[in-house]
Design a binder for this molecule. Structure first.
Ligand code: EPZ
Length: 443
């Protein structure tokens, strides 16, 4: 994707019309990038299918190429072929050009340590939805025998002169990224690794499936303990990504908010059970078919709900932003207690300016144990509805918040200009074409 110049990095939207039609959702953004990194673990060729054309895939492709790896992306077919027979240390300055672009580069650490004995990791990016530390990642790498030479603005230099060895690791919080970090580093480490308190999201289980195909020895126990027995070497894989359940839920929320009817091809029920329960509680209707799920607003009032985000199989933190827009149209008071990130309600400010009634609280408005209790974070929201929304100019703050602003503009009466729209390309493939296919009034 080419760099976008700010003056046309915007979308004019005239809201107030129901979204209706059919769209296709492809592979999960939060899986495909990790599977691409996993290909580094084998001096072989790997093929990943059902890959969406999104910025994260571009960033990982660029970083792989900087390390001498052959990457052939066929966006329309949705396949990425990775030839990792040869890997070399990238030029530090080149790696630095990718600083701030994503959080994925930190996951290169383990594979590059196995292939080269060292890794230079650019400073990370990712959505500004909390401090997003990487202490669990670095702790894991140190326990597996790596040395973090320096952690400075421009990135991190990690070495493992004697290779990596198995370790007993406990995650204080079931971090998705830290679990992936451990998986990618331990599969070729000498000996056994035991990871307790691991995350078990569907995207992680798909990464385990990829590693198992490559020859790794991994078990996931009922108590969230993942055990990995290091093996000598791994082979390339061929794998089709699971669908993006976050994108599917985002469009479902758009159907609710705009009184619409959207068939999301590719959506799968098992990954979305918790979302579907809430969708139905609010008053939405859905129909699970072989080729996807149809979501629609049956008419009448939407009902308010109280939800708490959590790790899998709880209500996913990435599902709440688009749903909050639908809740501004529900009749009554809804509550969202965000327990995964401390600062994920910034996107509500523009919604309030559009006419929404949303109050943020520092208190935990729910029963889940939460790390942000008695701290200074507004991580609970109360939403009163229904409130008519009026179109206005909006600046996109982050990926999921940005999509919720798009939904709000489509829900509002009158015109809106949504600026910084290219941020949404990070995780929503072809969303402009999809909006047009859903009869949205945009240009
Ligand atoms: C992944 O981020 C996803 N991103 C996020 O999706 C998703 O919201 C998140 O998992 C939770 O499901 C990708 O997969 C690229 P975490 P990640 O480590 O791995 C704390 C989207 O919009 N933590 O599970 O960065 C952290 O601060 C994005 O697609 C530490 O304290 O999330 C947070 O409070 C947004 N130290 C909590 O764990 C660490 O070293 C969950 O973070 C790592 C994490």
């Amino acid at each position: 994707m080419a760099k976008v110049n700010p003056e046309n990095d915007l979308l004019h939207v005239v809201g107030g019309r129901p979204l209706h039609g059919t769209i296709q959702v492809r592979g999960a953004k939060n899986f495909v990038s990790k599977a691409m990194v996993a290909a580094l673990l084998a001096s072989d060729v790997s093929v990943l299918k059902n890959v969406p054309e999104i910025r994260d895939v571009q960033v990982v492709s660029d970083l792989l190429r900087l390390h001498g790896v052959g990457v052939d992306v066929k966006p329309r077919e949705g396949t990425v072929t990775i030839d990792a027979k040869h890997v070399e240390l990238a030029d530090v300055a080149d790696v630095d050009t990718l600083s701030g672009s994503s959080r994925i580069p930190i996951l290169f650490s383990g594979p590059l340590l196995h292939r080269l004995g060292e890794a230079f990791i650019p400073a990370l990016g990712g959505c500004r939805i909390g401090s997003r530390p990487i202490d669990f990642h670095l702790e894991t790498l140190r326990k597996l025998g790596a040395k973090v030479d320096k952690e400075h603005e421009a990135g991190i230099h990690i070495t493992a002169p004697d290779g990596l060895h198995g370790a007993k690791i406990h995650l204080p919080y079931p971090s998705v990224g830290a679990t992936e970090q451990t998986l990618l580093a331990a599969v070729l480490a000498k000996g056994k690794t035991e990871l307790s308190g691991a995350a078990t999201e569907p995207e992680i289980m798909d990464l385990v499936a990829v590693l198992q195909k490559m020859g790794a020895q991994i078990s996931v126990d009922v108590d969230r303990t993942i055990r990995i027995e290091g093996v000598e070497s791994l082979n390339g894989y061929t794998h089709t990504s699971l669908p993006d359940r976050i994108e599917a839920a985002s469009w479902a929320s758009a159907a609710l908010a705009t009184h619409g009817d959207i068939m999301v091809k590719g959506a799968q029920q098992p990954d979305m059970m918790t979302y579907l329960n809430v969708f139905r509680k609010i008053g939405g209707e859905f129909d699970v078919r072989d080729d996807g799920i149809r979501f629609w607003h049956p008419g009448g009032d939407l009902k308010p709900v109280a939800i708490e985000t959590d790790v899998h199989p709880g209500f996913m933190t990435d599902w709440q932003q688009p749903l909050v827009v639908a809740l501004t149209q529900a009749k009554g008071l809804s509550i969202v207690h965000e327990t995964v990130y401390e600062n994920r309600f910034g996107f509500t400010q523009p919604l309030i300016k559009m006419g929404a009634t949303i109050q943020l609280y520092r208190e935990c408005l729910g029963s889940l144990p939460c790390r942000f209790q008695q701290q200074n974070f507004e991580h609970s929201a109360v939403i009163f509805g229904p409130t008519p929304l009026t179109g206005r100019d909006i600046d996109v703050p982050d990926l999921r918040g940005g999509f919720s602003h798009l939904i709000a503009a489509l829900t509002a009466s009158g015109p809106s200009t949504v600026r910084g729209i290219s941020l949404i390309d990070r995780g929503y493939e072809d969303f402009r074409d999809k909006l047009a296919a859903l009869d949205a009034q945009i240009d």
